[in-house]
Design a protein around this ligand. Structure first.
Ligand SMILES: NC(=O)c1ccc[n+]([C@@H]2O[C@H](COP(=O)([O-])OP(=O)(O)OC[C@H]3O[C@@H](n4cnc5c(N)ncnc54)[C@H](OP(=O)(O)O)[C@@H]3O)[C@@H](O)[C@H]2O)c1
Length: 242
């Protein structure tokens, strides 16, 4: 893959920690150029400094919900000559612990939807002329989008909306590959926020989800819903659309 991918550029949102950073490391090793973001400037700079030792990386601090920040990402994509992949990974859980729906503050729910649904679509819109033919869009979802876990109504329903948005985007744009991907439980800050009282050290490291993402980025699988770890174990719960 090294060499073959040396000219490729990927945007990964939320790449200062967790899954986004681990995926960025792996793509950097494979020769991809990267455009990354996150809100926290120090952690993003630390990621940029690490990744720039192995590839070209542009780090743009900011919130995907901010229109000016999205325009800055689009400008960087233009200067890079377009992008081969967009990974909409940045996401928020909402309150920790998560409230049940009957008590869920609606202004907070709106914020969760803005960050998890509207903003990634807005980023895709901002990048529409920068996506190369056959570009891959990976929208990171969760099993909480489809399972009725009590307490997960805010985050889970935002991911459900994100999934259907991805599904329809794929139908409307057959030239693109639009993947909605469940990475599975991962030992990250978001997971700790979701289970604030629990020891989550038994959860898999995000590295265990990365091979599935590479499969989608390297291969030519049809648009659809994929479970990252199943992609490499064949215990697939994949739903393919085309
Ligand atoms: N962890 C799990 O068990 C699990 C399970 C299923 C699905 N997922 C999904 O996997 C993806 C990655 O989750 P993770 O566990 O790696 O989360 P994480 O450790 O909390 O990392 C999230 C990353 O996104 C950035 N971010 C959050 N909101 C942002 C915003 N509005 N604009 C720009 N950057 C933003 C964060 O940096 P800043 O906070 O500094 O912005 C951080 O770099 C998410 O889509 C999540 O929903 C996670």
């Amino acid at each position: 893959m090294t060499g073959e991918a040396s000219h490729r550029t990927a945007i990964i949102t939320g790449a200062s920690r967790g899954l986004g950073l681990v995926l960025a490391r792996r793509l950097a090793e494979d020769g991809w150029n990267l455009i990354i973001d996150a809100r926290g400037e120090d952690a993003l700079e630390s990621a940029r400094a690490e990744l720039s030792r192995i590839t070209q990386v542009i780090a743009i601090p900011g919130d995907v919900a901010d229109v000016g920040h999205r325009a800055a990402i689009a400008e960087a994509a233009r200067e890079a000559g377009g992008v081969d992949a967009l990974v909409n990974n940045a996401s928020i859980l909402g309150p920790s612990p998560q409230p049940n729906l009957l008590e869920y503050p609606l202004d907070v729910l709106e914020e969760v939807y803005r960050k998890n649904v509207i903003s990634p679509l807005a980023l895709i819109q901002a990048l529409r002329t920068e996506l190369k033919p056959q570009a891959r869009i990976i929208n990171v979802t969760s099993d909480a989008a489809v399972e009725p876990y009590a307490g997960w109504g805010g985050y889970g329903s935002s991911k459900a909306a994100f999934e259907q948005l991805s599904n329809i985007l794929a139908a409307e744009n057959p030239g693109l590959r639009v993947y909605r991907v469940d990475p599975g439980d991962m030992r990250t800050r978001m997971h700790q926020e979701a289970f604030p009282e629990e020891d989550i050290s038994d959860r898999p490291h995000p590295e265990e989800s990365v091979p599935g993402f590479l499969e989608l980025l390297r291969g030519d699988l049809p648009s659809g819903r994929y479970t990252a770890r199943a992609l490499t174990t064949n215990a697939s719960t994949t739903t393919r659309d085309s």
